[in-house]
Design a protein around this ligand. Structure first.
Ligand code: COI
Length: 351
């Protein structure tokens, strides 16, 4: 049951009562935003509903439940030290959602509707946006096929909704493992879409990696089983001994917004050579001075050990590298309006 949201008197942030040690976990905030789409009538005007106790009503035959017709996004709102609330590159998330939707034959939410939804959710939950030392407010836009169908075809009824929760760090381990016989995506598959099923397919490798003491699996390409692709929920980079920053080229990987931001910062803030190309696992193991992974949830985190074919390889000197640190600091400072943002990435949310 969904109850329309009516704003209570907004409490100041310090009275929101969030957990002192925020984790990257689901919690119910004050309000979430939802709209419906049908092939016949298009999008309904969306609106806010009470988040606490909210449950979606779906037919057992809903397309998303067994054909996996669902795509999603992840973006963060930050409270700056100057007390503003800002979003990082939300239009890029809107555009990526549209691309993901197209790949799964879902209707693509217009960019302005996406912006209306995320802005409304941030404003209604402003008291849950943590101060920078504590964390950030993670927004999860979701688009799913809800029509009850039996044969395989695109759903003609869908839901698009956005919820958010205050979060702390995600992942945060430095050791990754390449597992044999575990690929995330295939050429011309759905790897570049933020499709729910891509993550389902990673659950077993991720679980095995964790059981073996690694933070996640590092996937290689499916064609040659040789070139690194990404982790379950983060893109990867290496800094070679000659100082070149390298990340796998787009194709079957997620076109990460943090990935693109890091490339831009490396080139335009630090003047480094930063390239997108095929990056063989052997090259990383032999020549990487640093490695790290990036994502909205993960931010930017160093990789100091890669296990390949049963052996742990130390990256660089086995310590988090200085250039990864510089990139992380620049990224965070830009996100918090503490460094110039010549690209217009940071969008203030009036609250
Ligand atoms: C994100 O970084 O926002 C993601 O969607 C990754 C997810 C696995 C947490």
């Amino acid at each position: 049951m969904l109850k329309p949201f009516t704003p209570d008197s907004a409490l100041p942030p310090q009275e929101a009562g969030w957990d002192e040690n925020l984790r990257f976990a689901y919690s119910e905030g004050d309000a979430f935003w939802l709209t419906r789409w049908t092939a016949k009538d298009g999008w309904e005007p969306g609106r806010l509903y009470e988040h606490r106790g909210a449950r979606l009503e779906l037919s057992p035959g809903a397309a998303v439940l067994y054909y996996g017709e669902g795509v999603f996004e992840g973006l963060k709102a930050y409270r700056t030290r100057a007390g503003k609330i800002v979003l990082f590159r939300p239009r890029d998330n809107a555009l990526r959602l549209r691309a993901s939707a197209a790949r799964l034959a879902l209707p693509a939410p217009p960019v302005e509707m996406f912006m209306e939804a995320v802005t409304a959710v941030v404003r209604a939950n402003a008291r849950w946006v943590p101060v920078p030392e504590k964390g950030s407010f993670y927004l999860r836009p979701v688009l799913i096929g809800t029509e009850a169908i039996l044969g395989v075809r695109p759903a003609e009824e869908c839901l698009f909704y956005v919820f958010g929760c205050p979060v702390g760090p995600y992942m945060g381990g430095e050791k990754v493992i390449v597992l044999s016989a575990a690929h995330r995506s295939a050429p011309y598959g759905t790897g570049a879409a933020k499709a729910a099923g891509n993550y389902a397919g990673c659950l077993r490798p991720q679980k095995i990696a964790k059981e073996m003491g690694y933070v996640d699996a590092l996937y290689l390409d499916a064609r040659e089983d040789r070139y690194i692709e990404e982790l379950t929920g983060a893109n990867v980079f290496a800094i070679l001994r000659d100082g070149t920053l390298v990340t796998p080229a787009l194709g079957s990987i997620l076109p990460g917004i943090t990935r693109e931001s890091v490339l831009t910062i490396a080139r335009e803030v630090f003047g480094w050579l930063a390239v997108e190309r095929k990056l063989a696992i052997d090259e990383v193991l032999a020549d990487a001075a640093e490695a790290f992974y990036v994502g909205t949830a993960a931010a930017l985190f160093p990789v100091t050990v890669i296990n390949y074919k049963g052996k742990d390889y130390i990256i660089g000197d086995g310590q988090p590298g200085p250039r990864a640190k510089m990139l992380r600091q620049a990224l965070v400072e830009i996100q918090l309006q503490e460094r110039p943002d010549p690209w217009g990435w940071v969008v203030e949310v009036p609250v």
